[in-house]
Design a protein around this ligand. Sequence first.
Ligand code: BGC
Length: 756
Amino acid sequence: MKNFNLSVVFLLFLGLSGLHAQERIPQVEALLEKMTLEEKIGQLNLLTPGGGIATGSVVSEDVEAKIKAGNVGGVFGVSSPERVRQAQELAVKNSRLGIPLLIGSDVIHGYKTTFPIPLGLSSSWDMELIKETAKVAAKEATADGINWNFSPMVDISRDPRWGRVAEGAGEDAYLGSQIARAMVQGYQQDDLTEPHTMMATVKHLALYGAPEGGRDYNRVDMSRTKMFNEYLPPYKAAVDAGVGSVMTSFNDIDGVPATGNKWLLTDLLRERWGFDGFVVSDYTSVNEMIAHGMGDLQDVSAMALKAGLDMDMVGEGFLTTLKKSVEEGRVSEEEITTAARRILEAKHKLGLLDDPYKYSDASRPEKDILTKENRQLARRAATQSFVLLKDHNDILPVSKRAKIALIGPLANNQSNMLGTWAPTGDFNLSVPVLEGFKNVAPNAQITYAKGANITNDSVFAKKVNVFGPKVEISDRSPEELLQEALKVAKASDVVIAVVGEASEMSGEAASRTNIQIPESQKRLIRELVATGKPVALVLMSGRPLDISEEMGMPVSILQAWHPGVEAGNAIADVVFGDVNPSGKLTMSWPRNVGQIPVYYGSRITGRPAPTEEFQKFKTNYLDVPNSPLLPFGHGLSYTTFQYSKIKAHGETLRPGDSLMISTTVTNTGDRAGQEVVQLYIHDKVRSLTPPKKQLIAFEKIALQPGESKTVEFPVTVEDLKFYNGQLEYVAEPGEFEFFVGGTSDCEMQGSFTLVE
Ligand code: BGC
């Protein structure tokens, strides 16, 4: 009764004071009433007992005892209905208040059914598909006891040196925002109490994808207008979609580490964006503020809490210092109560306070995990993620009756198919390319030869192999491997070379300054081409690569990323033409590392270069053109598409109205195919230097041979808005050019005027 009255009084106070706050949850308030300071601090502590892949040097000790003592709010790295039940029992039956645990996990691109790496998935430009993969990931993970996911990662990046571009959706804030929303909706759907859904975490707030030099964990420095316009929108989109939690990033922003950055976590996230979930740190990122130069553990823990951080991942800074800080008056109990309330509210949203064992149904894994349907989805998702970069002489698709030389270090490999950061997957379940070829083309004559090591550099290989052997250097000499492959190639009709990066050559703490295909494989490719046989490269990587040399060769190139558990089958589907490739790049591919950052939406300078030809005193390079090797939005098909009747239905747009821009797209080839129709604008005059082009809409359509479809994009004033110098979200009246096509490198088609 007392609690009830208290919450009513509080709500009344909020109402009277005009404050806008989330409605208090009586069950949570009742718990808070009973909690000691220590128990509240306990809720702010997230631990991992280890055993899986730890991304820091620390793993937690005495987790069991700490749970019993009420010192733990959540754990990660614990899975299976039985183990999760045991963990919950420790909390529910042994701690004084019996509060159940959040059970977290990194379910980044599928749980056991591993989908393509996120950068690959983003290349599908298919929001329904992406949502579906998240939904299946949630179904599998929750069947195994997980209720809280550390995904989606929505960090925009224009730097392919940074290994974690593999985990994101590329360079564009608009596309990234659509994907952020689709993933949150897929994981959470519209009911978090439903046992097949899990709470999502948008990460890493903020700007983690823009480290200087592309070196992971490095500092970030960026203007407010750039961050608001080009980097923050996907995090905001996830918040708008109702994401349950937010993870901070390792980097600093304006010199203050994100984990202790009050402007970021309170002024922006809570006050400006209205986020009402909880904020978790990244792995020991509270403690890392010591190395950042913010003080000792007590200082940085107090700073993080006061900035708006609610939960401390692994580092136990909150657990070990906050009480002292309260006693010394450095933080208030109220601040701790606020953070604890947010954790308890998350548990309430998940329905855990009513049923702590709802994710511990031992019958579910068998029914829900790695089902035939899930694997089919993984196969489809992989085929949709592939991007046909180039098709010299239509080498692809290949006949199912051909004599095929299947060459390359990734051609008969399992350990690299899942891609980076698939800790819940099992690479032993993945389909190697050779096996997929045999499944899809049983009548083809396929001969396999490794041809080369992923790299011959054993020192480099050792760094890549931290989570197990991804790069295996053969006992046979490079020369012997090469000669065997050339013999196989010469006896074939066509050569398919599966080459590229090992999975752990991208991902966390896997930045590279040379982003070419390793030299061992480049040599193999050169020699294969020199045989005069038709050569198609199936390229795997977790990032855009510098493939200037290979693009100049008479080869076809299919970019396959790291395709996931159905890798071989999906690649075979596309190589043999059962599926027509339709992916489009979501990051520009540079001509060389010196061009980085290169992206389609850069702002126009005072000395723009009018053409690709070098001109003195214009912004260009002496040695390469400004354009990337392969632009954002690029991707070919086995068929061809023609765009016609591109027009704006009117000359002016008024606020409140919409202006239709439409085009007719025709499949002019002889195969069914899909095309991603893209609409870009360019604001001619505005108060901040405008980007050259800005994606504002896209639609993926399917067309039979000879078929035409009209695609209509209704443009409203919302699509023309940007953050001005005062960080107000506005559209400024004036002329806008528009561009329509199947790549960001499309032509200007006309203009319209926004009137007041
Ligand atoms: C990564 C996060 C991840 C966390 C927990 C960190 O190193 O940056 O993305 O969620 O580890 O595994």
